[in-house]
Ligand binder design. Structure first.
Ligand SMILES: Nc1ncnc2c1ncn2[C@@H]1O[C@H](COP(=O)(O)OP(=O)(O)O)[C@@H](O)[C@H]1O
Ligand SMILES: [Mg+2]
Length: 586
């Protein structure tokens, strides 16, 4: 057979998948022995049939005939034991491979860059973790079982047939290449279809997920029809691809059977011709026909195993592609300690990978250790993007950012991020207690007193005390049981507890009412002391006390200075400030 690139690709995927089976080689060998024994029992049965016919009906040999029932029972006991070991062993290996692959994928999930999640749908990622990995199992257990067991069955049966009548077997073999051609043709088709079904499962979960997350918007804007239509499209696509697989299976299986049946008919015809009838004994003929009939099942299964194999390859491909995605760049970074917090942006240009437009345009800025700097500017000016570069959520296009004189690309990611506390507009809460949400991640070693103190400083105790279980209250999935302001206070408590030298507040108080904001502002003012702080705030009244205000517009820093200086300058900041001042007095 010609080795097409597609072929070598599939072989590579299979070899890689097999490398996951290697640790379980003992069980694998045990299963393979089970399959081989199981596969040989069919031929043994055909042999017993020859004895039954020969000794029982032709020679009428009572001595031999008495042993036959025991032989049959013995044979099937062997079959049961072998079948159990092969199936159980393969499942055992498959479940372990799935577990290993899933763990690897989840690990990868935690280490992929922010950009990956912005460019791929979470439904599709989930479907890889849920569906594709299961498909791999089908390949690694069912397919291998069928492949080995049925191949042994066929070889054993053919061997027996050849042994008792080589002439009839040769006739049978002439028809074999026709079978082979059919199988090769069908296999290509299966692989294409299996890939399409995978992606369509991703689409189904993607659309469903949007409908689940966006249910409030759907309800209020009457989006049901739109969502239904979108779902109908992916649903129908999935059905159609599955039907194509069904059609291929439905045609290929009976076709193979037809070819076998023709072979069967031809042999019956030849064997019953007057000349041959005398040469071939009754017992041989019965046993031969029996063996041929028993060949049908394994041949049929072997042709359908292709569907499984191709699905498995397509699924493994998708899993391996995911595992091979480049992770966040974290090469040879060094650990940092005793961070003072001097941050310098040096000719920084940045564009999001999806578009070419510059979101940050030649930004130069020094933030001295312990200084508090506020960023203001219209929405879309690039403020969030700018502060996101410090924990390296994105890699710079040009220029560099340094921390205490060290390029942040030379610092180990984990070490860099452990020195930064970030409170952003969108607060993420985990389905856990309030206490665990405040002491999240590496903060989980914090004492109860520390957690309570942080909660108190963030003015979160007021509402926590109202809750049924206080700080031990479960917040529900993504904290659905809390209001926006309450969520933000928990996020602030989290940042207070982290006690990092660099603090980033990106509209951290936007969901709070004026009164709570004033309270928290005091807590934040306290928190900001002695730390390098970057604040983004919509309400300019909250940032009058910072050391420096940086005004941004269209990715550029247009002016900077103290509140008084900028007002005196009477440019963009003064304009923004006056606008808000008027609004507040209306
Ligand atoms: N993840 C992203 N992918 C692509 N473009 C983005 C992303 N986040 C923001 N942008 C774009 O970058 C620009 C600056 O956004 P942002 O930094 O969020 O502004 P600000 O925080 O000042 O409102 C906007 O034009 C926005 O559309
Ligand atoms: Mg923003």
């Amino acid at each position: 057979m010609v080795h097409s690139p597609e072929h070598t690709e599939a072989a590579k995927v299979y070899r890689r998948l097999l490398s996951y089976v290697v640790p379980y080689w003992k069980i694998f060998i045990l299963s393979v022995i089970g399959m081989a024994v199981f596969g040989s029992t069919d031929a043994a049965f055909a042999a017993i049939m020859k004895t039954i016919t020969g000794a029982g009906f032709v020679d009428k040999d009572p001595q031999t005939i008495r042993w036959i029932p025991f032989m049959i029972i013995g044979l099937f006991i062997v079959r049961v034991i072998a079948g159990f070991f092969s199936n159980y062993g393969m499942s055992w290996i498959a479940r372990n491979v799935i577990k290993t692959l899933r763990a690897k994928m989840f690990d990868q999930l935690l280490r992929l860059p922010v950009t990956y999640f912005e460019t791929s749908s979470s439904g599709i990622i989930l479907s890889k973790l849920m569906y594709d990995v299961e498909q791999v199992a089908a390949a690694s257990s069912q397919a291998i079982t069928i492949l080995i067991r049925d191949t042994v069955t066929i070889i054993a049966l053919m061997g027996w047939m050849f042994y008792i009548s080589w002439s009839l077997t040769l006739i049978f073999l002439i028809l074999a290449p026709i079978l082979a051609v059919g199988i090769v043709f069908v296999s290509k088709r299966f692989r294409t279809l299996a890939k399409r079904i995978q992606s369509s499962m991703g689409n189904i979960s993607h659309v469903s997920e949007e409908a689940i997350d966006g249910q409030r918007v759907i309800k209020i804007f009457g989006g049901q029809d739109y969502e239904s239509r979108q779902f109908a499209v992916v649903n129908e696509y999935n059905r159609r691809q599955n039907m194509k697989i069904a059609a291929t299976t439905a045609i290929s299986t009976p076709l193979v059977q037809l070819i076998v049946a023709i072979a069967f008919a031809v042999i019956v015809y030849l064997a019953t011709m007057p000349g041959l009838r005398e040469i071939i004994g009754v017992d041989t003929f019965v046993s031969f026909m029996m063996a041929m009939l028993m060949l049908m099942q394994p041949i049929r299964r072997l042709t359908s195993v292709n569907a499984l194999l191709q699905q498995g390859i397509a699924a493994s491909q998708s899993v391996f592609d995911f595992v091979d995605m480049p992770q966040e760049l974290d090469v040879e970074g060094r650990e940092i300690s005793g961070v003072k917090g001097n941050i310098v942006f040096d000719h920084v240009n940045f564009a999001y990978s999806q578009s070419n437009t510059r979101v940050l345009d030649d930004v130069n800025l020094e933030i001295k250790a312990g200084e508090s700097v506020a960023f203001v500017g219209r929405s879309g000016a690039g403020k969030t993007t700018l502060v996101s570069l410090i924990p390296r959520f994105y890699e710079l296009s040009e220029g560099k950012v340094t921390l205490d004189g060290v390029d942040i690309r030379d610092i180990k990611l984990g070490s860099l991020r452990s020195h930064i506390a970030l409170v952003s507009q969108h607060v993420t809460l985990f389905n856990d207690t309030i206490a665990h949400n405040i002491a999240y991640g590496s903060l989980d070693t914090a004492t109860d007193e520390d957690v309570l103190r942080a909660a108190r400083s963030a003015h979160a105790m007021e509402f926590i005390e109202q809750m049924p279980d206080g700080i031990k209250t479960q917040v529900g999935e993504d904290g659905v049981l809390l209001s926006g302001g309450q969520r933000q206070r928990l996020a602030i408590a989290r940042a207070i507890l982290k006690n990092a030298p660099i603090l980033i507040l990106d509209e951290a108080t936007s969901a709070l009412d004026n009164e709570s904001e004033r309270y928290i502002q005091q807590a934040l003012d306290e928190l900001m002391k002695g730390r390098t702080t970057l604040v983004i705030a919509h309400r300019l009244s909250t940032i009058e006390r910072v050391d420096k205000i940086v005004v941004m517009d269209k990715g550029k820093i247009v002016e900077h200075g103290s509140h008084q200086e900028l007002l005196a300058k009477d440019a963009m900041y003064a304009k923004l400030y006056k606008m808000q001042f008027q609004d507040n007095n209306q």
